[in-house]
Write a protein that binds this ligand. Structure first.
Ligand code: NZQ
Ligand code: ZN
Length: 387
């Protein structure tokens, strides 16, 4: 195991019915909140009314800022920052999925600077201060509720980049699994894919071979996520499965699974973000397309850990190590197919001729994330396997 610092100050308030706490929770951080939310689901599901009643009851004034789109964009983020400044809000309250939470983080940072918030994304400036952020999660997938990152697309440059900084950890995240009962089956499947991806990026890219605790944590959590996702595709309001998917997805990207594994990368996310930036495909769907191809590419080079994953997650014990390594990628792909997630670039109507441009776009993030092994040729090779 490698030395590490684990720091995660987000308070989690988890359980059915916990949304009722949002008023008194927000009141601890100020009297006036910017209520950030998405397109339609918050109002259609009645969650909006439950939140605003609780705020009213706790004496918190709020300013509405809806319309965050899935794969949030910079232009809308700028509008949120302007409103937060104009209204002089004390706290940001984000109610939604990862997109809403991520844009809210950028607004929280942007509201505390005179500079351009995009500078934080392109590493021209560091986030030092941000307005306090409280979140109410309505779609459990990304882990944004308990981490310090956020992803926004600059529509002009087609860069889907991330912002980071300790000031961006939510102060409190309310995780009420009941709020996720209405998540449609496609996004439930994408949630399963995304949470699994967060676990396996570190698992497969770390070079430390002595991390049994982290390995078992990943393998076990992947199995729980697969089971919960399958149950939810049969019955979307299954309380136990919603609770398990919610907490598992939070734990998958809150720093726990990667603590002690040493340096690691997120190459699947690097390529997946380009697909969202260029074609506006849902995040989980971009990952289900990329991951099997990436796993096959890597397993061909160094099958050991893939063979073990095949054994521990998919109970595959026969064949050579090389065969088992490739089986891991096939089995993952088969499971994505089973839950209805896309496994092929053609499902997104993306022509083969676009591959060089996608690789060019991914190179921007490869540079930012210092994924030096990922040359344009390597990314093209992986993308060509996505058909
Ligand atoms: O916009 P509304 O109408 O609210 O609908 C949303 C949206 O269409 C809907 N939805 C949310 N809660 C619902 C619901 N529908 C019914 N009932 C509910 N309770 O679901 C759709 C997708 O929402 P979105 O927030 O886009 O999904 P997700 O949570 O998967 O977030 C994806 C974004 O998070 C980023 C992704 O790149 C993507 O932009 N990520 C953030 C990370 C982080 N901050 O740590 C890490 C991830 O790897 C990821 O990059
Ligand atoms: Zn992700």
């Amino acid at each position: 195991m490698q030395p590490f610092v684990f720091y995660n100050p987000t308070k989690i308030d988890f359980g059915a019915g916990k949304v009722k706490n949002v008023g008194k929770t927000t009141a601890k951080f100020g009297k006036k909140a910017l209520l950030v939310y998405g397109q339609n689901s918050l109002k259609n599901s009645g969650i909006f009314t439950r939140i605003t009643s609780s705020l009213q009851h706790a004496g918190v004034e709020w300013v509405e800022f809806g319309g965050v789109k899935s794969n949030p964009v910079l232009s809308h983020t700028y509008a949120g920052i302007e409103l937060a400044k104009k209204e002089n809000v004390d706290v940001i309250l984000a109610a939604g999925g990862g997109s809403v939470l991520d844009e809210a983080k950028a607004i929280a940072a942007g509201a505390m600077t005179d500079g351009d918030v995009w500078d934080f994304f392109i590493d021209k400036a560091k986030v030092k201060r941000a307005l306090p952020l409280v979140t109410v999660l309505t779609l459990a997938a990304t882990g944004s509720e308990m981490n310090s990152g956020g992803v926004v697309t600059n529509e002009k440059t087609q860069q889907k980049f991330n912002i980071n900084g300790a000031a961006l950890f939510p102060k409190v995240s309310i995780l009420d699994p009941e709020l996720t009962y209405t998540v449609p089956s496609d996004y439930t499947a994408y949630a399963g894919v995304d949470a699994i991806s967060h676990l396996i990026e570190g698992y497969f890219t770390s070079t430390d071979t002595e991390t049994p605790l982290q390995d078992r944590f990943v393998e076990g959590t992947v199995k729980v996520i697969m089971g919960a996702t399958e149950r939810l595709l049969r019955q979307g309001d299954d309380p136990e499965a919603r609770a398990n998917l919610m907490w598992a997805s939070t734990l998958s990207l809150n720093g726990l699974s990667t603590a002690g594994i040493g340096p690691y990368g997120m190459p699947n996310h690097m390529i997946a973000h380009s697909l969202s930036a260029m074609y506006d495909i849902a995040h989980g769907a971009t990952l289900s397309i990329v991951i099997p191809a990436w796993m096959a590419y890597q397993a061909e080079r160094d099958p050991g850990k893939y063979a073990r994953f095949a054994n521990r997650v998919f109970r595959c014990s026969g064949g050579s190590m090389e065969e088992r390594g490739l089986y891991a990628s096939e089995a993952m792909k088969e499971w994505f197919r089973k839950i209805g997630a896309p496994i092929d670039l053609s499902e997104g109507n993306i022509p083969v001729a676009d591959i060089p441009a996608i690789a060019e776009n991914a190179m921007m993030l490869a540079q930012k994330w210092e994924l030096t092994d990922y040359t344009k040729e390597v990314i093209v090779d992986i993308l060509e396997r996505c058909y």
